[in-house]
Design a protein. Structure first.
Length: 559
């Protein structure tokens, strides 16, 4: 009967038959032993089946590599293995046990519940890394309850509850729970069975996470490889455009052919790199120079953004090259313009300097070589000797009329046509500028004809008469100056500039006032004391200023 796994009631019938044929006590004893042995064998068979099921579960879990597939499988197997009404699993995240999946739940309230690790049955399991259970969760007072967890437990009518930790190499990943909807205690065997399942589950979860991370890394590597291959193809195409002599426009055409939308270059990109209506802008920058941005008009995709990122440096280099070419051309034209205006050579020709031989031009010589000028039509500029040379199609009257108050001093001459007339106008404008500076008329733009009484300074005969008068009146002072090496004439001019006041004049000359008195005593001796009278002083002052204005006009300054 034992060999064929007879049922207990069959043993009992056989025992009653033995009582009728044998000793009653012996028959009862044999029947009881047979029943006990039957229960032992049945328990062993059940445990063998459970172990086989547990082994099958472990194999099944090992084949699931996606966490979204694995966690539901764990709770389903736990519920079946222990004959529970409900099973759920939580993982430790940021100081909480966050419930991830359920099996057999009546409501969705359990999923997503975050239980602090210091409260509830879950807190006991995590803190001690050991199984904990209760016959009636809702009435249990051995641990501190959590309101959120209790609300979910009441919704599920949860009573008997067993929790086991998901342990792996000294770490607790989370906890697995099985529950009944009536009061129920859990046997030691059930606790061991749940713990064994949790051990397999912890390994499977760790492996799934590792495989998931590895797959994500592989996917990212594959994307990066694709991106690298794509960028290499783009770079080759852009490089080919540059090597074949293509410039900014050719690069923009090539970039547009590779993008899904229309690509253009703008000088002022949106501040945040993204404009209205989904327009994407990629800054085009070279060192400290910001040229503008590549703008994609249309719905952007990831490849388009990457394309703009790769194309921007190539476009920046092309813009730098164009900028350098423009600057080189400007410098060449400026050098040719200086040669044309300041030398007697027949080269360069007007066209080489950027001028139209048939046009009429005005010539300006401006006090500062780095001055900011008003807008002048057809203007060509060059810096020479600290001055700014300007040739423009504007008329002298128009230039004077529109000259800003805060602009630098400028001499104007013209209009002129052809090389010879332009050179003459340059010298006239330079002389006019120097006269304006000597006369203190800063910030003014004027022609020679506007200098009034001082127009004589631009006439050769007038300059000759002035030189003779200067030599006649101040010749003795000049001779003494050359003999002693003391600037007596300059001292006299500064003294008169400051209204014949010794101390301001000494300060302007950066000498001691006693030194000034000594120089003035020499002037008294050579010019006679009458030179200090108002009339004589005025005549001397005018003579000095006129000579100062006339002298540099024919000098080498400015070429």
């Amino acid at each position: 009967m034992l060999l064929r796994d007879a049922a207990p009631d069959e043993f009992q019938r056989h025992g009653r038959e033995l009582v009728r044929s044998r000793d009653t006590a012996a028959a009862d004893r044999e029947t009881a032993q047979a029943l006990r042995l039957t229960m032992v064998l049945r328990q062993q068979a059940q445990r063998a089946a459970e172990l086989a099921a547990l082994n099958d579960i472990a194999i099944r879990l090992a084949t699931l590599h996606a966490p979204d597939d694995l966690l539901p499988e764990i709770v389903d197997q736990a519920r079946q293995l222990l004959g529970a009404d409900l099973a759920y699993l939580g993982l430790v995240e940021d100081g909480y046990l966050r419930l991830k999946v359920t099996s057999g739940a009546l409501t969705p309230e359990l999923v997503g519940v975050a239980i602090p690790l210091s409260v509830g049955l879950a807190g006991e399991v995590i803190e001690h890394a050991a199984p904990r259970w209760t016959a009636d969760y809702q009435a249990e007072r051995r641990f501190r309850h959590d309101d959120t967890a209790d609300t979910a437990a009441r919704a599920e009518n949860m009573r008997g509850l067993l929790g086991v930790p998901l342990r792996l190499r000294g770490r607790v990943l989370g906890a697995l729970f099985v529950g009944k909807r009536q009061e129920r205690d859990f046997t030691e065997h059930e606790v061991m069975l749940a713990s064994a399942l949790a051990a397999h589950a912890a390994i499977a979860i760790e492996n799934a996470n590792a495989i998931s991370s590895l797959n994500a890394a592989n996917d990212q590597l594959a994307r990066r490889t694709d991106e690298l291959e794509q960028t290499l193809r783009w770079d080759q195409r852009l490089t080919r455009v540059v090597l074949t002599g293509g410039g900014v426009e050719e690069l923009l055409v090539e970039i547009s052919s590779m993008a899904r939308g229309q690509v253009s270059f703008v000088a002022e990109p949106p501040d945040d790199g993204t404009g209205d209506s989904g327009i994407v802008a990629q800054p085009v920058v070279a060192g400290e120079t910001r040229f503008g941005a590549l703008v994609l008009d249309g719905e952007p995709v990831r490849d388009d953004r990457l394309l703009l990122d790769r194309a921007a440096p190539a476009l920046a280099l092309a813009l730098l090259a164009e900028q350098a070419a423009v600057e080189a051309s400007r410098r060449t034209r400026a050098a040719l313009l200086v040669d044309l205006l300041t030398t007697m050579s027949e080269r360069p020709a007007l066209r080489q300097a950027g001028l139209d031989p048939s046009a009429r031009y005005s010539v300006l010589v401006v006090a500062s070589g780095r001055a900011r000028l008003p807008q002048l039509p057809g203007a060509l500029t060059a810096e020479h000797g600290g001055r700014l040379l300007v040739v423009t199609t504007a008329s002298p009257d128009g230039i004077r009329r529109d000259w800003p108050r805060d602009a630098p001093t400028a001499g104007i001459a013209g209009p002129a046509r052809g090389q010879a007339e332009l050179r003459r106008c340059f010298h006239e404008a330079r002389q006019t500028l120097r006269a304006l500076e000597v006369l203190g008329r800063t910030g003014e733009a004027a022609t020679a004809g506007q200098l009034g009484l001082y127009r004589i300074l631009l006439d050769h005969a007038g300059r000759r008469d002035l030189a003779e008068a200067f030599e006649r009146v101040l010749g003795p002072l000049l001779a003494e100056e050359r003999r002693r090496g003391v600037p007596l004439v300059e001292t006299l001019r500064v003294f008169l500039d400051h209204g014949r006041r010794p101390r301001p004049a000494a300060t302007a000359l950066a000498i001691h006032v006693n030194t000034l008195y000594q120089r003035l005593a020499a002037a008294d001796r050579l010019l006679g004391e009458g030179w200090r009278s108002p009339q004589r002083a005025l005549e001397l002052h005018m003579l000095l200023n006129l000579t100062a204005a006339s002298g540099p006009l024919d000098g080498p300054e400015g070429g």
